[in-house]
Write a protein of this length. Sequence first.
Length: 135
Amino acid sequence: MDMDEVVKDLKSELEAETFAKRNRERYSALAKVISASAQRSTSQKEIDSINEKLKKVESEGERLASKKELLGKQLLLLTQTIEDLTGVVKPESLEKEEEKEEGEADERVMEEGEHPDDPEAMEIEEGQKVEHAER
């Protein structure tokens, strides 16, 4: 064996050992990362649990959205009913006010000694109104 051949053999052996050492270091680093990470089954359980919670939250959101829609419709119905009732109450209160005013006018006429059904008294009353309107 020649020295050159021995050197070549040793160089190739050194390269192989260097390559093997680099691979062992990479493997060791990967093993540390893998051991630090959770196991697949544990991760899958966590994913399933989170998906389950997500489905519950989505269904709760849908339930609340439908409840909101229902309450909105009920509010509209309530406001419409209030408006309708206000329209009914106003004419009734106006009628009562008119009746009250007529009653007061009748009392005033009676105090003056005139009969409220007397046509002449009505003409005078209307005439007075006309005179006041002309002024």
